[in-house]
Design a protein around this ligand. Structure first.
Ligand code: ATP
Ligand SMILES: O=c1ccn([C@@H]2O[C@H](COP(=O)(O)O)[C@@H](O)[C@H]2O)c(=O)[nH]1
Length: 604
């Protein structure tokens, strides 16, 4: 693609056709901001309008591909030269389905880039002209190569954005969510009863299979269960309730499945990197941990086994979990009803949103369970103790709207279904100058439910919720335990500069650090401040996230993009102390957080 409209059109394509957008230029710019060892070199190359060495860009793309969990990618602004192309193809062992070439005159490109106004170091006339030269010398030969293979689709990019997108849509339509030849076969909860369900032939089998299932499976489970006379004919209310939960859980599971385990990615990792590679193992571990959590969530409350129906359900569930892993390993279309069987024994979770259920299936390690051969009774003779991972109905069940500003905070962070998923436990707004910057006084506080229960549950189990918010040690423990947590600030007026944000944080954190530990190493603060680069725009609506990891890193993100990370437990404590420590930004919000944390620990 030429440099004219790529980013703009890629956003449209992603929205309509569900690809993962990987902009090589964006990945390189992120690398500069992350302060990595290659950062300075990349910065110089970009300012010169030249091309970064292939191995650097290829590695960044590979990492992003692995991380995405998707199998449909829109690679933007790459390969820039023949060497890029051959390096990527030899590493990734794939070539593109087709190449989009946006055609536009240099004058028009120049005009657009000069008015782009995103503070990019290469949006100046000298660099732009150098980039044009590099494009003709190095990038055009790549286009010619793909043209010789009949893979280039040319689009007139001189037209207005919406008209360009009409042409783009015509090209992408055949690649959108669409039925492939294969069919998904769903067997009944119990094979012995001989019931088999097939999806209709127009059932969509795209990369977002799970999301489509999300809508289909509810009806399907219901109809399948109705045929399961042995269980349903009794009209037993308890059985109906169990199936209601099963239905809901199956749908939540499908949603989760679509985001967490992607057999194609897994297969690719297996073949490219080998089963023992780090990437492959980390993917396996991720899925393992979710399966583990699923098991805990389901079997943790395996109650009153003497009841025949429960025994039957437990039996289905036990077999189903074993199959889940085997299906995943064999890249079979998942046997959804079998999986649904795993949902049969569930705690009463009616008030929790499907998405929350899906997202709460995380954490843990199930290596010793998943290696069991298929159909070996999965949990026979084993009782997993409940860790109460479900998010209670006392806390935010969906997106929460901060009442004074109308700004929405997600109950879960949208793009994260990993074990580090945090849930919203509090919001704060003061409407007056906080930390001397009025537009930064709105925030949300997120915590990871399982870790909270695990670390604080034992100590505070016997303390009534009402007392918890005034308990002298409670907030200290929250701050001391290195719990994964996040504060999201939302800029709610225009006109705030990143420099002002840096200044207020530097001075507030400096004071807190000094109070906490007069001998602290202030270099962490300097490093932290250095991430707030003057050219980062922060208009109203910008989200600034501070995340603490369990190993004491403070990660700063702006609109989902990491701008820096610094490892310092003191700095983490100082930062989160601003919200749940002494003299917090909002005392009400601090107390709300305590109440919701109590909920996460299973208190009502
Ligand atoms: N069809 C169009 N008509 C007018 N302006 C457009 C059109 N498409 C994009 N623009 C504007 O042109 C500028 C550059 O677009 P964009 O950032 O999408 O280009 P790009 O190809 O991704 O650039 P680069 O390769 O430098 O990252 C933006 O300010 C965008 O709003
Ligand atoms: O594969 C790549 C992609 C980009 N670069 C460098 O980054 C800038 C900006 O790229 P955009 O795609 O326009 O955002 C580009 O001029 C190159 O200097 C690269 O080296 N390799």
């Amino acid at each position: 693609m030429g440099s004219t409209v790529k980013g703009t059109q890629c956003s449209n394509i992603v929205e309509h056709f569900g690809f993962t957008h990987l902009s090589a230029g964006d990945l390189l710019r992120q690398e500069i901001k992350s302060g990595s060892e290659n950062g300075a070199m990349i910065d110089t190359v970009i300012k010169e309008g030249k091309i970064v060495p292939s191995e650097v860009t290829t590695k960044l793309l590979e990492e992003a591909i692995t991380k995405s969990g998707n199998d449909k990618f829109l690679i933007d602004g790459f390969p820039r030269n023949e060497e890029n192309r051959t390096t990527f193809e030899s590493v990734a062992k794939v070539s593109p389905e087709f190449v989009l070439f946006f055609d536009c005159s240099e004058e028009e490109m120049e005009r657009r880039l000069l008015s782009r106004n995103q503070g990019r170091s290469d949006d100046n006339i000298e660099t732009i002209r150098k980039r044009f030269k590099v494009f003709v010398e190095s990038s055009l030969p790549v286009i010619e190569y793909y043209e010789s293979k009949g893979m280039v689709k040319k689009i007139n990019a001189a037209k207005p954005i919406s008209e360009v997108f009409e042409d783009v849509k015509a090209i992408f339509r055949p690649y959108g969510p669409k039925m492939k030849a294969d069919r998904l076969i769903l067997s009944n909860l119990d094979h012995d009863l001989g019931y088999l369900h097939r999806f209709p032939s127009d059932f969509p089998m795209s990369h977002d299979l799970g999301l489509s299932l999300f809508t289909h499976v509810g009806t399907l489970v219901g109809s399948s269960l109705r045929q399961h006379r042995q269980i349903c004919s009794s009209g037993n209310l308890m059985v109906q309730e169990a199936f209601g939960r099963l239905n809901k859980f199956a749908r939540a599971f499908c949603y989760w499945l679509s985001r967490a385990s992607n057999p194609k990615i897994f297969r690719r990792l297996m073949s490219l990197e080998g089963p023992n590679s780090r990437a492959c193992q980390s993917h396996i571990n991720q899925v393992n941990s979710r399966v583990q959590n699923l098991a805990v969530l389901q079997f943790g409350c395996l109650v009153r086994e003497e009841h025949a129906v429960q025994q039957l359900l437990a039996n289905f569930a036990s077999r189903a979990l074993g199959r889940l892993w085997n299906d995943f390993q064999k890249q079979h279309a998942s046997n959804v009803l079998t999986l649904a069987g795993a949902m049969a024994i569930v705690p009463p979770l009616e008030n929790i949103s499907l998405k929350m259920l899906a997202e709460s299936m995380a954490l843990g390690n199930i290596k010793d369970y998943v290696s069991r051969p298929m159909d070996q009774p999965y949990l026979e003779g084993k009782r997993i103790k409940s860790r109460s991972v479900a998010v209670p109905s006392t806390i935010f069940q969906g997106d929460a709207i901060e009442p004074k500003t109308g700004i929405k905070f997600p109950a879960f962070l949208e793009d994260d279904s990993s074990p580090s998923t945090t849930v919203l436990v509090g919001m704060g707004f003061k409407g007056v100058k906080v930390m001397r910057v009025k537009n930064l006084d709105l925030y949300a506080f997120d915590l990871q439910p399982n870790t909270v229960s695990e670390k604080l549950g034992p100590k505070y189990a016997s303390v009534p919720t009402i007392q918890l918010k005034d308990h002298p040690d409670f907030y200290d423990d929250l701050l001391r335990e290195n719990l994964p947590m996040r504060v999201r600030l939302v800029v709610h007026y225009n006109g705030l500069s990143i420099g002002a944000v840096r200044d207020v944080f530097e001075s507030s954190l400096g004071l807190r650090l000094q109070k906490m530990n007069p001998n602290t190493d202030y270099r962490c603060l300097k490093t932290f401040g250095s991430y707030f680069n003057e050219d980062i725009p922060i208009p109203a609506g910008t989200k600034i996230d501070f995340c603490q990891t369990s190993d004491g890193q403070l990660i700063t993100e702006i609109d989902g993009r990491q701008i820096g990370a610094v490892k310092s437990k003191d700095l983490c404590r100082a930062l989160f102390g601003m919200y749940i420590g002494d003299s917090p930004v909002s005392l009400d919000a601090k107390k709300d957080i305590a109440k919701n944390v109590a909920g996460l620990m299973g208190k009502s």
